[in-house]
Structures are given as C-alpha cells and as structure tokens.
Design a protein around this ligand. Structure first.
Ligand code: ADP
Length: 636
C-alpha cells in the first residue's frame, strides 16, 4: 500500500512539474502596455491597491511632514517670501494631501486613488515650482521638485504610466510657469530641465522596473497559488482515493478474516482429519482431530514443522512417502487404509490434494475420514447378501427335499391302501399294511406340523402362553410316549429326575417346552442305533437347564453351528439324515429363544451328541428338599 501511495504521489508531482504553465517563459503581461488580461488585470489592481494602501498613507504623512518641515527653511532661505510659502504649504498642499489621506479611508478611494495621488503630486510640485520662481537663481528649492518627482515615481505607488504622466507634467508645469515668469533666465530653465528630465528618466526606469517586478511577482504568485490549488485538489483526490482504497482493503480484510474464521471453525470443528505439508514433507497445518487420531494410532503428538515421514513407524514410511510424492507430482487421489489397533481394525479413507501456487505445486493437503463404521456396515451388507444367497439356495433345495419328503409317505399311504383292497389278503399282511400306512401318515403329519410351525414363526403368529408346568409330569408323559419306539429300536431311554414332583412346577409355555423336548428326543432316536438316550434337567435359581444326550452317530464339528439353521438337513450328506425336512432344530431354537433361553450342542462323530438348552422361568414353588440324585430307568 505504501508503494502504491508513493508511486501515485510522485506521478502527481511529475504531472505538476511538467505542466506547461510552469514552463511558461512569459510573465503573463504585456511589457509595453504593462497590463494582464482584463480578468487578471482586475485582480492585480485590486491586490496592488490592497498592498499599497498602507504605504500610500505613510507616504502621504511623510510628504506632509516634509512639506511642513521645509517651512523652517522658508524663513532662513527666503525670509521675504516665507509668509506666502507658508500659505502654499499649509493652506494648499498639506490640506489637499490631508483630504486625500482622509479619502483613503472611504470605499471611493479604491476607484480614484491613482488620480488623487497624481493630483497631490502635481499640486505639491506646482507649489514648489511656484516657490522656485520667486528667486529663480537660488537653486535650493529645485531639489524639492526632484524630491517630489521621486516621490511620484517611487513612494506614491503610482503605476508606471500615471507616474510618467505625473513626472512629465511636473516638467511641463515648470516650463510653463518658468516661461511665464519674467525673471527666469533661459539658462536657469535649460539647466533645470537637464535635472528634471534626467530625474524623470531615472524615475521612469525605476518605476518601470518596480512595476514589472511587482507584476512578475503577482503573476508568479498567481501561478503558485494555482499550482497550490492544483496540488491541493490532487492531494484531496489522492487522499480520497487512499481513503476509499483503505476502506476497501479494510472491508476485504474483514471479509477475509470472517471467512478465515469460518473456515477455521469448520476445519477445527470437523471430526475429519486435516493436515497439509510442504515439499519437504514438513507439516504446515494440522487440525486437532488429526493430532488426536495420530496420537491414538501411533502414540506420537504432532506439531507444525514436524516431518511427516520421520514421524511414521518404519514399516509405513515407504508407503506414505510414495503417496506424498504422488501429491507433490500434482496428482489428486484417494486411498483407503486399514490400521490394526488394540481396539480392532480401523478403516481410514484419505483424500490427497496438491496445493498449487502460481502454477507450481508447493505442497499437499490431506483429508482423512474414519470410515470404520461405514466399512463395517458394508461388510455386514456383504455378509447378509451371502447369507441371503445361501438361504435362497437352501430354500430351493428345501422345496425339492420337501416334495420328496411329502411324496414318500404319500406314496406309502396310497400304495398300501391299494394293496389293502386285495380281497384275498391274509390278516397278518393286512395288519402290516395298516401299520405302514399309519407310519407314513405320522411322518406326513410331522412334516406338516413342522411346516405349519415354521410358517407361523415366519409370520410372527406364534405367541407365548405362560402357565404352570409340572416338569416331572411332563417328562413322565414324554417317556411314556417314546419308550415303545426306543424299546423297539433296542436302545435305552433314560429319564433323570432329582427333585420332588411337587418342586418341579415352573412357569413357562407348556406347548413349546413339550415341542422342544420331543423334537430333541425324536432326533436322538432317529440318529441313534445302539446305546442310550438320556433326558435330564437341573433347576437353577431362575432357570432350568435340560440335556438330551445320545450315543448316536454324532455331528461333524464343522456342522455344529449349521444344524440350527433352517433347511440345513439338505446340506448334510449322511445317509441317516434322509428322513426329515431339516426344520426340527430351527423350530426348537426359535421356541427356546422365544422363552428367553438359548441352545447349544456338543458332539463327537460316532460317539454321540448332547443338546443343552436353558430357559428362564418363574418358579411357582420353592424347591424345599432336593432329593439325592436318583437314576431311574423307567424302562424297567
Ligand atoms: P431333521 O428333520 O432332518 O432331523 P433337524 O433340524 O431336526 O432336521 O436336524 C438337523 C440336522 O441335524 C439333522 O439332519 C441331522 O443331521 C443333525 N442332527 C440333529 N440331531 C442329531 C442327533 N441327535 N445326532 C446326530 N445328528 C443330529
């Protein structure tokens, strides 16, 4: 800004100095007519008058004083004429001068001051001339005429021409009076004229010189005033411009400050990590989020000026330096980083942007965002998609399996019903066929029940009905129901109960608990060919834990989680799994979870499986007296 003002200032000065009017050789007035242009002449005259008024009054006073003082000489040099001379002095010349002096205090004086002074001059000189005529050969008073001439040329501030007229008029008056006076010799006239003419010429020269100088000064002063005015107006203009510019700059500064404050608050307030570096990888800027994130991740506190590469762990330096180099090569890009932290994986997306000034890359800025949640969500979606695809596949496989599962018992029923029509059928065959029809019917019923259950679960129609359930009673019923089947299969069915029957009443959903237990037992029977199946339970403070153990074929370890998924059976490759829709365990799991519990399994291939499940309950009665552990083989 300083430069700007200086330049401007010097430019203005140059402009003034080179202005043509300052270079003018002319003094602005005509050297012969001694006059300016009319307008300037008027101004000049006014100023000349104003400058002259005081000297004129002084000159008049001086002239009057001298004129009076010379009266003393009258008595010494011309005692005979003294009375007359005194009259000339005190009754004519001095009163006239006095009147002029008084008039100088009136506005009229401005207009006629030159004429009045000229008249004073002529009257004064005529007075002296008249005095000299009394004794023309005495040269004493001739000097007085010369004094008057000089007064006219130099003290009265008459302008050159008026003074010249006055001067020559004095010479004229002298000659007229001298010629008219009988006692004035031609010698006196001639010699006097020499002096008077000489005095006039010198006076004219002086007066001309004085006036031209005054005019010159006036002209120059006028010019200087004009220049001053110009400079002043230029200065004002300059000042206004500076003021305006300052205001603009101030406004721009305010706007810049405001927007910088806005940007700062955004940068500082954001949870994104922002940092900028120069060509030497030195931090030029970093926000608090970045400082904190860096501290959390790498345990180092960064400050501006720190070297970004040196601050990094050794194994990351090459990777990051290569990225920074790409930015410094004017490349804009994005990278996603996975950082292993003590709290798990951290996904960071970093945007790299070059900072370009005047066409050159001077550094780079980076915007880092923690996208762990987003990434996790993406992974979840991916997982869900895979899951959906898998269950889609399973569903179609289930449908195929289901049609097989339904058709097989249906064919059994229809086939044996057809055979029953045979009139010559023996009684035994008849019973066998009816038995087979019954079994197929049951199998079909099981499948239909499962489908109905799973459909209800899917549709959210299953409700939980809490009521008192006597576990002892329920288990006895279940035993009675399954015992014939296990007996037929040649395996032991064992029910373990360590409580008094009246202490086993809990509050839960009776139907669901029954379904859960029968599903687990059905499976155990289905997948066990020898050994035993054992059902037991433990009553805890607010939950009951059941175990259904078998010595069957077991489940391979890799299948242990899958078996609770719907339609899983179809994936299993073991031969014995060919019966069943693969819905039993998933229905079981859903029911257990509806009752607020959970199920888990442990199994060894060829050794058997143990299914455990726990459900919370509201106990109806406190367990008062747990019996010692009794093993009851109810089969016996
Ligand atoms: P399914 O109708 O086929 O029995 P489930 O959902 O009841 O369907 O069981 C899923 C799969 O889990 C079965 O096909 C079987 O392979 C396995 N499984 C369940 N219970 C047992 C068990 N007690 N012993 C061995 N395998 C079992």
């Amino acid at each position: 800004m300083v430069n700007y003002v200086n330049n401007y200032h010097s430019k203005s000065i140059t402009h003034i100095m080179s202005a043509p009017n300052l270079k003018a050789k002319s003094n602005g007035f005509n050297a012969i007519s001694l006059s300016f242009s009319p307008k300037m002449e008027k101004a000049f005259r006014l100023e000349y008058f104003e400058n002259s008024i005081v000297p004129v009054r002084v000159a008049l006073l001086l002239v009057m004083a001298l004129y009076a003082a010379f009266g003393i000489l009258d008595y010494q040099i011309y005692p005979d004429h003294a009375d007359r001379f005194i009259k000339i002095r005190f009754l004519l010349v001095i009163p006239f001068a006095c009147i002029v002096l008084l008039l100088s205090y009136t506005p009229l004086f401005k207009k006629i001051w030159q004429i009045l002074l000229l008249s004073s001059l002529l009257i004064g000189s005529t007075g002296i001339i008249v005095m000299t005529m009394h004794e023309p050969d005495n040269y004493t008073y001739y000097a007085g005429v010369i004094l008057v001439l000089f007064a006219g040329y130099m003290f009265f501030r008459l302008n050159f021409y008026t003074a010249t007229i006055g001067g020559w008029a004095v010479v004229g008056i002298f000659n007229i009076i001298a010629l008219l006076s009988p006692n004035v010799s031609s010698k006196v006239i001639l010699s006097s004229n020499f002096f008077f003419v000489g005095a006039n010429l010198i006076g004219m020269f002086a007066a001309y010189y004085i006036e031209t100088n005054i005019r010159k000064n006036f002209y120059l002063n006028k010019k200087i005033d004009e220049e001053k005015q110009l400079i002043k107006s230029l200065n004002t203009e300059l000042e206004n411009k500076v003021k305006k510019r300052t205001e603009q700059l101030l406004l721009a500064k305010q706007v810049a400050e405001q927007s910088s404050a806005n940007v700062k608050s955004i940068i500082e307030g954001t949870t994104e990590n922002i940092w900028a570096f120069n060509k030497n990888y030195e931090l030029m800027y970093l926000n608090d989020s970045f400082k904190q994130a860096y501290l959390n991740t790498f345990g180092a506190w960064l400050e501006p000026g720190d070297n970004l590469i040196e601050a990094l762990p050794h194994d990351l330096r090459d990777k990051w330096q290569a990225r920074y180099n790409r930015v410094l090569n004017n490349e804009q890009f994005e990278e996603v980083d996975v950082i292993e932290t003590t709290k798990g994986k951290l996904y960071i997306r970093v945007g790299f942007n070059p900072i370009v000034r005047e066409g050159n890359v001077i550094g780079g800025s980076c915007f880092g965002k923690n996208i762990t949640y987003q990434k996790m969500a993406e992974l979840e979606v991916l997982k869900a998609k895979e899951q959906a695809e898998k269950s889609d596949k399973l569903k179609s496989a289930f449908l195929t399996n289901m049609s097989h599962e339904i058709r097989t018992p249906m064919n059994g029923i229809l086939g044996f019903a057809e055979l029953l029509k045979e009139p010559e059928l023996s009684g035994d065959d008849q019973l066998t066929y009816i038995d087979l029809i019954e079994k197929s019917g049951l199998r079909l019923l099981n499948i239909i029940n499962d489908i109905v259950d799973i459909s209800k679960i899917e549709a959210g129609l299953v409700e939980v009905t809490i009521q008192d359930v006597n576990l002892d009673e329920m288990i006895r019923n279940i035993y009675r129901f399954f015992q014939p089947e296990t007996h037929k299969k040649g395996i032991d069915l064992v029910m373990e109960n360590s409580y008094n029957p009246e202490d086993t009443i809990i509050q839960t959903d009776k139907e669901k608990l029954y379904t859960i237990l029968t599903n687990l037992l059905k499976n155990a029977i289905k997948y066990t060919d020898e050994g035993y199946i054992k059902l037991s339970y433990t009553l805890k403070e607010s939950a009951v834990e059941f175990t259904v153990q078998d010595t069957g074929i077991g489940i391979p370890a890799e299948r242990l989680t899958d078996i609770f998924e719907r339609f899983m059976q179809v994936e299993l490759t073991n031969k014995l799994a060919e019966q069943g829709a693969g819905l039993g365990l998933s229905i079981t799991k859903e029911f257990i979870e509806m009752l607020g519990g959970h199920i888990w399994v442990s199994s060894k291939k060829s050794k058997g499986s143990s299914f455990y499940f726990m459900i919370p309950y509201n106990k109806s009665h406190h367990i008062r007296n747990p019996k010692s552990r009794i093993k009851s083989n109810m089969q016996k």
